[in-house]
Design a protein around this ligand. Sequence first.
Ligand code: ADP
Length: 494
Amino acid sequence: MNATYHNFINGQWVPSSSGRTRENRNPANRNDVVAVFPHSDERDVNAAVAAAKEAFRSWRVMPAPKRAEILFRAAECIAAHKEEFARDMTREMGKVLKEARGDVQEAIDMTYYMAGEGRRMFGQTTPAELPDKFAMSVRSPIGVCGMITPWNFPMAIPSWKLIPALVCGNTAVLKPAEDTPLSALHFVRVLEEAGVPQGVVNLVIGSGPDVGAPLVKHSDVAVISFTGSTEVGGIVAEACAPAFRRVHLEMGGKNVLIVMDDANIDLAVDGALWGGFGTSGQRCTAASRVVLHKKAAGEFTRKFVERASKLKVGDGMEPSVDVGPVINEAQLERIQRYVRIGQEEGARLLCGGKRLDSGPLKDGWFYEPTIFGDVAPNMRIAQEEIFGPVVSIILCDDLDHAIEIGNSVQYGLSAAIYTQDVNRAFRAMRDMVTGIFYVNSSTIGAEVHLPFGGAKATGNGHREAGAAALDVFSEWKSIYVDYSGRLQKAQGIE
Ligand code: ADP
């Protein structure tokens, strides 16, 4: 018997209104049914938003340190279940177990960090212009927050949105990606167990068009926080525009790892390997482009290809496996399409380039770690997000050239430079138009207490994580208190 899970609406675990369900399967083995989940629609969204709206009345006025106490308990509870959650994540999403543990750990870290905001959430006090007057600003909660999350960080990303929203005093409706609802469900269950009151957090499982779209245009939703593709992010932004709904978008990346001729080559190869092929290349911060100084090209390329060819692809549950499957058939086809495009464009396949579907891999969505050489910066494989284990190597003449190539894409999420020269490192840091930058470390590995997000078509100016996340989920209120008890002369100010 397969386990069957429900939506979480107004403190109850309930099936979808239509009764429709969807069976989710393990991407490493299509014969393994992970569980059965609701296939919800607009009616479920409406019920969840109504519950969140009602719960907002009391949650918003609970003292923030009290809200935080509940969230601290949730962090402890996730930590207690870490191994179980990580194993379920590998089974539903495919990433290797140690990465899944990292994903759960990130949710724990974020929950502790953001719960701490319950005793900070600093506002400002300033001098007032008139005598006997006091001036300050405080953060206020906004209302019901709709959250739409992708499948690549199935617990971490829901935590990045839910916890800051809750600590600020908002209520939430979470719609996780269809392929990975179990990790989101575990997270919501932990919040319930920790004592988050009825209606404050709601979970509606289903597809983008059936659940995401009605959530985004619901008139009682005050904030939308979305992580996913740039294409869908555009649809979400348009849907939010007519009502001026606040929208936070976190979208694609085509991140560059720059390797200078003075770099520690072994270190750079290691960074390119894990940045390019970790999570099967399915991270928005993946190092999908390596911009390589001509003088370092020979040694770097030889070592990179040698190590990539030795990576073991397989079921992420096996400790010896380096690279798990990709998420689903559509994603596998997308990767295959891009590899064909790369070959047609004249790039040279240095390793990989094939689906793996024999022996123990026959029932999963596996693809070889793939490296292209002779890539021109304007080729489609160097410009478009593939979201798979495919890395393009582009040669450069010097640092200025590397930065020019690095910035020649529509995205601006993450970039890295490998160099021993501090001047080069700082210049690249200043001139790369990205939200995140690394020196002698790969394009991946963000920490929860710093802002996460990107420039250009990666985002719309907001950030998750760090104290910056509070700006998405709170509204500033400036407060003036006059304690003079007399008429103060107008100062010609608004
Ligand atoms: P990914 O490649 O991560 O699946 P998507 O942008 O396709 O990126 O999906 C990200 C999230 O957006 C998922 O939860 C998906 O169900 C949801 N989604 C897809 N289409 C829509 C839509 N039209 N409106 C709202 N949400 C959507």
